[in-house]
Design a protein. Structure first.
Ligand SMILES: Cc1ncc(COP(=O)(O)O)c(C=O)c1O
Length: 390
């Protein structure tokens, strides 16, 4: 199926106001999501928050089914949380690491994950080890395989880095993890909603994702997938009376589904919106979405690379909808401000988000332009001439 661009744009009111190439920051939501979230907030105000939630229970539960369908898992393997970082943390901190344990990560691991990894390494005596990149700039899967031994407790990978247009070979990494019987934690924050992501095909045991980026859900939403066989092996870092039950004055039992990683109070309207966004993406089809994004991103890279003084920095064999570049005569922050003043949204990606990745290339920051399927070829051309300063 090809995407009906006119319908996609008619469904997206923000398209009338901005040229939005900041989908890796937060995408423009479709009307279906805006109405679902706004409708629930209104209902909370009219009849009360608890009462509105009780009435909306089928919609809240639908969100678990929609997200499960999106990534090919069962609904009881999904926890709804606030964002990708909290999803990743809930899974990561639930592991019991011991001195000498090894945790293998890729060079493009997201900065928040790296901070958590280092904190846990300091606390427990586990070691965080970097798997090198291959000649294409993606994780070197052969090197990873050679690093495996009986002390490796976890493999963590960021599927699509925040600061670069590469797509890491998650399926190949999953094969290594499965073969060795090592848990595999995937940060799919930038891939969910952008391309097909299937947890069985990838072979990941835990997956963290956010709502607001390519999935087009509201800010403040995210989810964690935990494979059923892993659930009882992970001790959540926080528990409340939703994640566990007091079974006596001094005893408790943790629930056996992935909701052990949730907390009781939450952004109910956002969860409903997340479910609607997942259903909306499934309606277009993730293959179709990915094809359209690739077409636009390839065109954007080609046009930018043809401009004098512009360097495109994306690496990898397979590229995503994230396009990173710099301009010799204009600092990324100044360029972002100039574009914003003419109604064009982008973001600046700095070394702080990805030190392993950017420091060796001596890049302190780059401009990040990220396209979605509702963007157009005309917008790509307009953007390129705006970058050129025409
Ligand atoms: C690759 C990657 N992982 C994790 C995150 C964190 O996501 P969130 O802000 O939803 O916690 C981001 C955010 O930009 C990201 O790009």
């Amino acid at each position: 199926m090809t995407i009906d661009i006119a319908r996609a744009r008619a469904d997206t009111p923000g398209c009338a106001h901005v040229l939005h190439f900041n989908n890796a920051g937060a995408a423009l939501p479709p009307t279906a999501v805006i109405d679902a979230v706004g409708g629930h907030l209104h209902r909370e105000a009219m009849i009360g928050g608890y009462e509105a939630a009780a009435d909306a229970l089928p919609l809240i539960e639908r969100a678990y089914d929609a997200v499960a369908m999106l990534i090919g898992c069962a609904r009881d393997e999904i926890a709804m949380v606030e964002n990708a970082t909290r999803a990743w943390d809930m899974a990561f901190y639930a592991n019991a690491f011991r001195p000498g344990d090894r945790i293998l990560i890729g060079q493009s691991e997201y900065a928040s994950n790296v901070i958590a990894l280092l904190q846990v390494a300091n606390r427990t005596g586990a070691r965080v080890e970097l798997v090198p990149d291959d000649e294409h700039g993606q994780i070197d899967v052969d090197a990873l395989a050679q690093m495996i031994d009986s002390r490796v407790r976890l493999i963590a990978l960021t599927h699509l880095p925040s600061n670069n247009g590469l797509v890491n070979p998650a399926i190949a990494v999953g094969r290594v993890a499965r073969h060795a019987g090592i848990p595999f934690l995937l940060d799919a924050c930038q891939s969910i909603g952008q391309m097909p992501v299937n947890v069985d095909e990838i072979g990941c045991d835990m997956l963290a994702a956010t709502g607001r980026k390519f999935l087009r859900a509201p800010r403040g939403t995210g989810f964690l997938y935990v494979r059923r066989t892993m659930l009882d092996r992970l001790d959540p870092p926080f528990l409340d009376q939703h994640a566990a039950t007091l079974t006596g004055p001094l005893s408790y039992e943790i629930r056996h589904d992935a909701r052990r990683f949730e907390n009781w109070e939450n952004f109910v309207a956002g969860r409903i919106g997340l479910g609607v966004a997942a259903d909306y993406a499934l309606g277009w089809g993730l293959e179709s979405i990915a094809r359209r994004i690739t077409t636009l991103a390839d065109a954007l890279r080609a046009q930018l690379a043809a401009l004098a003084g512009v360097t495109v920095h994306d690496k990898g064999v397979v590229r995503s909808g994230i396009v990173t570049f710099s301009k010799a005569t204009e600092d990324p922050a100044a360029l972002q401000r100039r574009l914003r003043a003419s109604g064009i949204n982008t973001s600046v990606a700095s070394t702080m988000n990805a030190r392993f990745e950017m420091e060796p290339a001596a890049l302190s920051s780059v401009l990040r332009a990220s396209v979605h399927y509702y963007n157009t070829e005309d917008e790509v051309a307009l953007f390129s001439s705006a970058v050129a300063g025409a």
